[in-house]
Design a protein around this ligand. Structure first.
Ligand SMILES: [Zn+2]
Length: 232
């Protein structure tokens, strides 16, 4: 039986404040951290695992308010033991924080992202590898389960990836942090189509992969740091 949109559940991992230096405004911004659980007939996929332990400097900078993985999953009616596959959009500490808690459950990340994360000065390396960790590095696109596609969406970081899920209600894109907000996605979706909409140069540039995602005709796009949802 095909997936429904309702088989994709939001997982709330908490919030942090993005300081003024990063918002480009006079004010800090409170941002949510969201993951998504996909109840596929062949297994439960968890897209991102939450805000991990950081150092005092990082905690002072972002002031994270964490919801532990087990509690976040319980909020979606799930347990850590239910997870069959983890996909990380990227390996910054606010996306891979629960990875050390998934044991030998396979984790999908882009090979280039893993290499950068393991090299240091990028994330907290103890959140990336743990005893028995089972990474399955990807080089580009993959279809880990039928109708579920991992698609590279570089920008925020070079090794960023998104998850595209076919459902009986249409394609759902779990964009992660391809864009910080739904409205930023909306702007790029229009920018990608500006020529066909009849607009003349100069035009804004959209990421090159925007065409790849739009050709899949997404009916719903959701994000890691925005509770807002994009619909066409
Ligand atoms: Zn993030």
């Amino acid at each position: 039986m095909a997936l429904r949109v309702s088989d994709i559940r939001r997982v709330r991992y908490g919030t942090f404040t993005r300081p003024r230096a990063e918002t480009g405004t006079e004010h800090p911004r409170v941002e949510v951290v969201l993951g998504y659980a996909v109840q596929h007939p062949e297994g439960l996929i968890l897209f991102d695992t939450g805000i991990g332990a950081a150092d005092a400097e990082t905690d002072a900078w972002y002031e994270p308010s964490r919801v532990p993985l087990s509690q976040a999953l319980a909020g979606a009616g799930l347990g850590v033991e239910d997870v069959d596959l983890v996909v990380n959009c990227h390996l910054h500490f606010d996306h891979c924080g629960g990875n050390p808690l998934v044991g030998a459950t396979p984790i999908l990340a882009q090979r280039r992202e893993l290499a950068v994360a393991r090299a240091g000065d990028y994330t907290f390396t103890e959140l990336v590898d743990h005893p028995g960790s089972n990474y399955q590095p990807l080089d580009g696109e993959a279809e880990p389960l039928p109708g579920v596609h991992v698609i590279p969406t570089p920008g925020h970081v070079d090794g960023h990836q998104s998850l595209v899920v076919a459902t009986s209600d249409g394609t759902v894109v779990l964009a992660g942090q391809s864009h910080d907000t739904a409205s930023a996605w909306s702007a790029d979706a229009l920018a990608a189509r500006a020529p066909e909409l009849g607009h003349a140069p100069p035009l804004p540039d959209a990421p090159v992969w925007m065409d790849r995602l739009l050709e899949l005709d997404p009916r719903r796009v959701v994000f890691a740091h925005d509770a807002a949802v994009w619909e066409p």
